[in-house]
Design a binder for this molecule. Structure first.
Ligand code: SAM
Ligand code: SF4
Length: 335
């Protein structure tokens, strides 16, 4: 174990999110355009390189690893990677290994993920209506995802549903989604749409449903108690007193959460983004590829990158134009 990673604002970096592929079997309208151009395969870090990267971060104090994408479970051989991370859970260096998925492949992978030491998964689902689901994901089918959720729960994985709050799309499903999650004992978190990447024709200002509005609507039916729980990220939680459910709100746009940020994001090509909302990044791949068998230069590159972690992001929907927009897609940096 080497010295922990501390950024210039005295924040300890203990959480790494890793995008293992930019590809996906869905084309959600807020995330991708219909005709995406993906990276050539040779640009991607191999599974062994991903292992080296993650292991380097873990020796430097990262305790939580979230695997994401694109859709992480469409990456060929991904279970080899999960299985190799199990050793860090066994040693105690890693406290949590988890993933964010669209759920489409979970029926196939849920048991293996549990066996690898995964205990919780975030599954993205924006509607319980089959037709609307097909519309919003373009290529996804709801029954397949429901089967994935069933399989995850059967395998013993704790499920949290992530729902992007979309104006005129799932506003009318607020209470049915809350009730559905209660009936299945799943946590639920709402996410505000972020201005990331060129997604074609959709207008993000039209898509934006303020979570303060959503929260106010929820408060008409339930008694909300704020929970002190913080994860170092943009999520805030409330408890619904009537049901005991925990509901999260991820509001990167309307709240400043940056002061407690404990995380960085690694892309599938080895670029390290110190902030989701900034274009500034460090390319760690040369330090990795040019030094096979020696991780010291990689650790040095990581430490140098963390010394440039910015104080916060600049997203702002308050003006008519979406300012602070970043050009890359969420699927590139990993949600
Ligand atoms: N494919 C996986 C999934 O959908 O869960 C993992 C990657 S996806 C990029 C991670 C999360 O980012 C999903 O919950 C998705 O809804 C969210 N997301 C994608 N684009 C977004 C955007 N522009 N604003 C807010 N959330 C977004
Ligand atoms: Fe794929 Fe996830 Fe993006 Fe939807 S949100 S297109 S499932 S990466």
């Amino acid at each position: 174990m080497t010295a922990p990673l501390i950024d210039p604002f005295q924040r300890a970096i203990s959480y790494l999110r890793v995008s293992v592929t930019d590809r996906c079997d869905f084309r959600c309208v807020y995330c991708m355009s219909e005709n995406m151009t993906f990276l050539p395969k040779k640009e991607l870090l191999t599974l062994e390189e991903l292992d080296r990267m993650c292991s380097a971060f873990i020796t430097m104090g990262v305790e939580k690893l979230r695997i994401t994408g694109g859709e992480p479970l469409v990456r060929k051989g991904i279970m080899t990677f999960f299985n190799s991370m199990t050793r860090h859970l066994d040693s105690g260096a890693l406290r949590e290994l988890t993933l964010t998925t669209n759920g489409s492949q979970l029926e196939r992978f849920a048991d293996d993920l549990y066996a690898a030491g995964v205990r919780r998964v975030n599954i993205s689902l924006d509607t319980l209506d089959e037709k609307k689901f097909a519309d919003i994901t373009r290529w996804g089918r709801l029954p397949q995802v429901i089967k994935g959720i069933d399989a995850a729960q059967r395998a013993g994985l704790r499920v949290k549903i992530n729902t992007v709050a979309l104006k005129d799309f799932n506003e009318d499903e607020l209470f049915s989604l809350v009730e559905w999650c209660r009936s299945r004992d799943m946590d639920l978190t709402f996410i505000e749409v972020m201005p990331m990447g060129d997604i074609g024709n959709e207008d993000r200002i039209d898509q934006y449903w303020k979570l303060s509005d959503l929260r106010a609507r929820l408060a008409e039916e339930y008694t909300l108690t704020d929970l002190a729980e913080r994860t170092g990220g943009p999520a805030r939680y409330v408890q619904l007193e009537e049901t005991g459910q925990k509901i999260g709100f991820i509001t990167p746009l309307s709240h400043n959460f940056c002061e407690s940020c404990n995380r960085v994001r690694l892309t599938c090509t080895g670029e390290l983004f110190m902030c989701l909302g900034q274009d500034d990044m460090a390319d760690l791949r040369p330090a990795l590829r040019n030094n096979p068998g020696d991780d010291a230069p990689l650790r040095e590159a990581i430490r140098d990158a963390i010394s440039h972690k910015p104080k916060g992001h600049d997203f702002d929907y308050s003006r008519q134009d979406v300012s602070g927009r970043v050009t890359r897609h969420m699927s590139h940096t990993g949600g």
